[in-house]
Design a binder for this molecule. Structure first.
Ligand code: NAG
Ligand code: NAG
Length: 277
């Protein structure tokens, strides 16, 4: 008995670590943009960081990250990045200011489209959303796969809003006509009414604005302002997630499966039935 106890506890530990391994999730990041993007990852306080915290993703490429069971944080894509030197890396949109490809604990400078996650939250559910509260830089889609409970709907913003962005919110590169991002009204004007701050810091006092409605009409599932929870937060249990940058079709093959994604997003089919190749 004396000799059995230690090995039994070693076995228990092995079994436990095996199951926590099985229970962890994966994020597959897919770049369907015609251009290279540099995803950034910011882990929430009190949550294990993911690795890497930033990397390059060429058009058509994907990369899968393994995510701890109770992870929370956000993922976005940086665009128009340049590495002048190993310590001088910067991006025109979504820059995290680290000076390197890895964001190492720094978040996106607005405007940037954000995918936000709290895995294994209340009732064991994952909570996820795509947020335009900090503005928009490219279309993004989050698709849960293999979920066991919850709605497990796809969410995101499929539309390219940079061209349609209201004049007061547009971001363009110096001396160029084409727009690279669209700011939130909060960032553009700093008005507490748009930021849901000060006298407007509750769901009752902070109402949608003409600017947040521009985002909401284009992307009904995405967060358009801070208290847009009801139509913008989704849940799923024990799922893996596919995060697609620029999910619009640009090849004939994409075209057919993107029709399914459109069906899901427009008509609210179950979000888990797609083959994401
Ligand atoms: C990075 O390199 C660019 C181009 O050489 C330069 O304009 C910029 O000032 C540099 N930034 C830093 C932080 O060194
Ligand atoms: C999608 O359908 C589910 C189940 O029918 C429902 O609970 C959920 O609210 C719907 N979501 C949207 C955005 O319509």
């Amino acid at each position: 008995m004396d000799r059995l106890l230690p090995s039994a506890s070693v076995l228990t530990l092995l079994i436990l670590s095996f199951f926590s391994e099985v229970n962890s999730a994966s994020f597959k990041l897919v770049n369907k943009c015609r251009y290279e993007v540099w995803p950034g990852v910011l882990s929430g306080a009190n949550t294990a960081p993911l690795s890497p915290t930033g990397f390059a993703l060429k058009p058509g490429k994907s990369r899968t990250l393994s995510v701890p069971k109770a992870w929370s944080g956000r993922i976005w894509a940086r665009t128009l990045c340049t590495e002048y030197s190993p310590t001088n890396f910067s991006c025109v949109t979504g820059d995290c200011g680290s000076g390197k490809i890895e964001c190492a604990g720094s978040g996106a400078k607005p405007p940037a489209t954000l995918a936000e996650f709290t895995l294994n939250g209340a009732d064991g559910l994952d909570f996820y959303d795509v947020s335009l509260v900090d503005g928009y830089n490219l279309p993004m889609l989050v698709v849960p796969r293999g979920g066991t409970r919850g709605g497990c709907s796809a969410t995101g913003c499929l539309v390219d809003l940079n061209g349609k962005c209201p004049r007061a919110l547009r971001v363009a590169r110096e001396g160029e006509v084409g727009r690279v991002a669209c700011r939130s009204a909060c960032e553009a004007f700093g008005d507490p009414q748009f930021c849901c701050s000060e006298a407007y810091a509750t769901p009752d006092t902070c109402q949608p604005s003409v600017f947040s409605l521009f985002f909401k009409h284009a992307c009904p599932r995405a967060y358009s302002y801070a208290y847009d929870d009801k139509t913008s937060t989704y849940t799923c249990a024990s799922a893996d997630y596919i995060i697609i940058f620029c999910p619009l079709p640009y090849t004939r093959y994409n075209y057919y499966y993107m029709l399914h994604i459109y069906c899901d997003v427009l008509f609210n089919f179950s979000g888990t039935k797609f083959y994401m190749g």
